[in-house]
Design a protein around this ligand. Structure first.
Ligand code: LLP
Length: 421
């Protein structure tokens, strides 16, 4: 459930009409609902109760510092994959003890900064990384707390580009070699083994692959304990999917996911960490855009809008579906028209939807992309010299710009012309 509903004929984010925000900040813009973010975080937190747990928001899905502060103030931990994300979490006031560091390519410089600043744990993904971390930590006279990300070789049955837990994927250490690598970790001076980590993919719409992976994790924990390791923390990764199409899909709810986790892993006496991103931020955000032209070609009709693939790349990159709705509620029973919804960028891939049945929307009118709060603004670029679009946070009847739109001068001023040119 989210807080983007039509009221008095206008699409609102909580109690604010999004057309009012458009009038204030211009289009396109991202709009997030604080109540939806909080609600989704709390659903996960409650789903794991009464187990000791920490819900670590996957910062990669939405890294705006205001969003991180809102979640951090509710007690969220953060899952980061770069020191840039780490510094964002810290800037949002989240203490290092609540930040886990994931990612296949952590550099020694990043490891040092995280150890200096305070870190809950590193989720180590390879033997070379283990050696590097031990060297960095030993040089600082500390032992880095780690889990090993174990690749369970489970097919998450999601999009090819976001599946991460099969043996052909680049992530983690193979489960078949896990005991051997744990033994190596335990022997390293700068390493303190505390647990096991897995993350099998994103936008999973079925609990079965999770359950298969966690069942393998359970067996591994028992083996590792028998080998003499202290395993007190299990990081289960993120990945629970969201409905992108209203009415049609019903992925499992956090409460169902939590019940499965408790059933499979609940009696191990471990603290549970999860790293959801999309389920917390995805349906808590919309991208609002204005129609520039309605253009009739020979075969098709195009809705050319002022947002483009640089603002929301998911349709171009993964063929993802986002519901696109007018900000003014169409009269009930109004006929729908099939259109291609496209941006102004000079390539055909800049297409948000093909032959989408939509209510009639005219030039100058506003449309909103649902489910754009995760992997939206964070994946945007300035391609075609289009400045990054602003982000707005709504709470109740008020809103604030949480990242302003840069001016063209600001965008251009970042380039420098060498003296010899
Ligand atoms: N933990 C780790 C280690 C991850 O790699 C990811 C996502 C998450 C947690 C969060 O997964 P979530 O709960 O959000 O599914 N750009 C793609 C999604 C890439 C996901 C990458 N890893 C998209 O737009 O669909």
């Amino acid at each position: 459930m989210d807080h983007f509903l039509y009221r008095n004929g206008h699409l609102h984010a909580e109690d604010v009409a999004m057309s009012d925000i458009a009038a204030a900040v211009g289009t396109p813009f991202y709009c997030y609902s604080a109540a939806t973010l909080s609600r989704h975080f709390l659903l996960f937190k409650e789903a794991l109760e009464p187990l000791p747990s920490l819900v670590c928001f996957a910062v990669k899905s939405n890294s705006n510092v205001a969003v991180l502060k809102l979640l951090g103030d509710l007690g969220a931990g953060m899952d980061v994959v770069s020191i840039g994300e780490y510094l964002r979490a810290r800037a949002a006031g989240v203490p290092g003890e609540r930040i886990v560091f994931s990612g296949v390519g952590k550099t020694p410089a990043e490891m040092r900064m995280a150890l200096e600043g305070g870190i809950r744990q590193f989720n180590v993904e390879s033997e070379p990384e283990l050696e590097a971390l031990s060297a960095v930590a030993s040089a600082m006279g500390v032992a880095a707390p780690i889990t090993l990300r174990v690749n369970p070789d489970v097919d998450a049955k999601t999009h090819e580009k976001i599946s991460t837990g099969r043996k052909e994927d680049k992530f983690g250490v193979p489960i078949s070699r896990a005991r051997e690598i744990y033994a190596r970790a335990a022997a390293l001076p700068g390493i303190r083994v505390i647990g096991v980590d897995m993350h099998i993919g994103s936008q999973l719409t079925d609990l079965a692959p999770f359950e298969a992976a966690y069942t393998k994790m359970r067996a591994l924990v028992e083996e590792l304990r028998a080998d003499g390791h202290t395993i007190e923390r299990l990081d289960l990764g993120g990945g629970l999917g969201i409905p992108y199409t209203r009415g049609n899909e019903a992925p499992p709810l956090p409460v169902e996911y939590g019940a499965m986790v408790k059933r499979v892993l609940g009696d191990l006496g471990c603290e549970i960490e999860i790293e959801p991103g999309r389920l917390i931020s995805g349906n808590a955000g919309m991208l609002v855009s204005q129609v520039i032209y309605r253009k009739k070609a020979e075969e098709r009709e195009f809705l050319i809008i002022d947002a483009a693939m640089n603002d929301l790349v998911r349709p171009a990159m993964y063929g993802s579906h986002h519901d696109i709705v007018p900000l003014v509620e169409p009269p009930a029973g109004e006929p729908q028209v099939a259109v291609d919804v496209v941006g102004p960028i000079c390539e055909s891939g800049d297409t948000f939807a093909k032959q989408r049945a939509m209510p009639l929307v005219q030039a100058g009118e506003l449309v909103g992309f649902r489910s754009a709060g995760a992997y939206g603004a964070v994946m945007s670029s300035e391609y075609n010299s289009r400045p990054l679009v602003p982000e707005v946070l709504v709470s109740g009847d008020h809103f604030a710009v949480i990242r302003p739109r840069p001016t063209y001068d600001e965008m251009i001023a970042r380039d420098t012309i060498p003296a010899w040119l």
